[in-house]
Ligand binder design. Structure first.
Ligand code: BG6
Length: 466
């Protein structure tokens, strides 16, 4: 029996644009995530309806209660609350989230809220080119304050943003379509820096405005194995983690970029614009915990400097290669999901140990799950034993990490119910609850409990694995 602490937060996750639908309902503005999903509408589902949580939230929260969730990690849509990003507050948006929060609390489910999950209001892109401009930082600070003031009496657990470290590498999330390739790293570094300042401001404001409020970053965790025991490959694996996640965690936790990252920027001739007050803001911000999303591990080997592009990157989003440092490879020892993510529960134990050792902050897993198509059988069931296996193995890894001494206080698999994949439509499902729709056929949007729903219900009831 692997039994967890009585107050362990068994939960599940989602994000606004992936679950809500109602993309322009009651005054909501378009977000960057909407815009990008509409670009793909012809081939796959978009965010217009998603799982239609906007109209089904009461039924959905009842199901969460039935599953036994102790917490629900979800995000607010900035463009639902402030449609153009920095103008009028939309009372209908505030009302909607008040209803969701109150329904969760009535169901004894702790709301665990992310302020910003990939869905910058599109108007901020049109006005300022988004995070490239300092005004976006001011807009975010105000939005965060609006949320703390509206919900902070009841919501004590916050995350500033979701996966800044991944988001910054995905051009469509930053709406970086027209940037000349030779300018891309500079623009990215400026946006990233602004997001760190915004993160620090929102952290500091949470501590000021929300009584007993707790806040932390949510990172896309990376755990990289060296492709061989050649010292250069071992170094490459460490630098892959450093450049993809640790530089950000150091900024969140210590208020400064680490040396290797500053050196990299300098060598690239990149000097993000700063303001004199930033150093104090960044240093003052102290996260209460680290939230991590975990799906897979990576392998890296040393990539010698390319003569022509010594510090160039390949266009592979977060799996980018960096000349002079690392290139990412496949792990021949691991099986993969249908969509290519390499499945590695041991990697979760490793990364939990690593982050706890480095930052000594409590940890919570805010995403972990298996994205795969599910089959609705003729008797109306979904036998997703593959998902049960995946989650069981990862829960066991959490248990082992806790035995290792890691302070892990919660586990929120992705996702509470089927929702729009971040870039692969509705076929790729993660949920405990099936949503009866397909990419271009909304069907009846009925909610159907998968086998994994009943299995997770037992895990929560017994507070661990039998
Ligand atoms: C995480 C994101 O990186 O991965 C989620 O925070 C996303 O928004 C999840 O849905 C799974 O990725 P995908 O592309 O399969 O939806």
């Amino acid at each position: 029996m692997k039994r967890f602490a009585d107050n362990f937060l068994w939960g599940a996750s989602s994000s606004a644009f992936q679950i809500e639908g109602g993309w322009d309902a009651d005054g909501k503005g378009m977000s960057v995530a909407d815009y990008n999903s509409f670009q793909r509408s012809a081939v796959q589902a978009d965010s217009k309806v998603a799982s239609d949580f906007y109209h089904h939230y009461q039924e959905d929260i009842k199901l969460m209660k039935e599953m036994g969730l102790k917490t629900y990690r979800f995000s607010l849509s900035w463009a639902r609350i402030i449609p153009d990003g920095d103008g009028e507050v939309n009372q209908a948006g505030i009302d909607f989230y008040n209803q969701v929060i109150d329904a969760l609390l009535a169901a004894d489910i702790l709301p665990f809220i992310t302020l910003y999950h990939f869905d910058l209001p599109f108007a901020l892109v049109e006005k300022y080119n988004g995070w490239e401009d300092r005004r976006c930082v001011e807009a975010f600070q105000r939005y965060a304050q609006v949320c703390y003031q509206a919900f902070g009496d009841r919501v004590k657990d916050w995350q500033v943003n979701n996966e800044q470290n991944l988001m910054i590498r995905v051009n469509e999330r930053m709406n970086m379509y027209d940037v000349a390739p030779e300018d891309a790293e500079r623009v990215r570094a400026q946006m990233d820096y602004h997001m760190f300042v915004a993160h620090a401001l929102a952290t500091n404001d949470c501590h000021k405005l929300v009584e007993n409020g707790k806040i932390g970053p949510a990172v896309s965790s990376t755990m990289t194995y060296p492709s061989s025991n050649r010292p250069e490959d071992v170094w490459a694996a460490k630098m892959n983690d450093n450049f993809k996640t640790n530089y950000g965690l150091e900024m969140y936790c210590f208020g400064d970029y680490p040396g290797y990252y500053k050196e990299y920027l300098t060598k690239c001739g990149i000097y993000p614009k700063t303001q004199p007050e930033d150093a104090a803001i960044l240093k003052a911000a102290k996260p209460d915990f680290i939230a991590l999303n975990y799906y897979r591990t990576l392998v890296a080997s040393y990539l010698p400097v390319d003569e022509q592009h010594p510090y160039g990157t390949k266009e592979k989003d977060i799996d980018f290669d960096l000349y002079g440092f690392f290139k990412v490879e496949r792990n021949e020892h691991l099986a993969s999901s249908k969509y290519g993510a390499q499945i590695d529960p041991m990697g979760l134990r490793l990364v939990l140990n690593e982050y706890y050792r480095q930052y000594r902050l409590p940890l919570i897993i805010t995403e972990n799950g298996l994205g795969t198509p599910d089959v609705l059988t003729e008797d109306g069931k979904i036998h997703d034993d593959y998902r049960i296996d995946y989650i069981r193995d990862h829960i066991a890894a959490c248990y082992d990490a806790i035995q290792d001494g890691v302070e892990l206080f919660g586990y929120c698999p992705w996702s509470v119910m089927d929702l729009l994949s971040s870039h692969q439509g509705f076929k790729k499902r993660y949920g405990f609850i099936f949503v009866n729709r397909e990419d271009h056929d909304l069907k009846d949007l009925a909610r159907i409990k998968k086998d994994s729903f009943y299995w997770y219900q037992e895990v929560i009831k017994h507070n661990g694995l039998e």
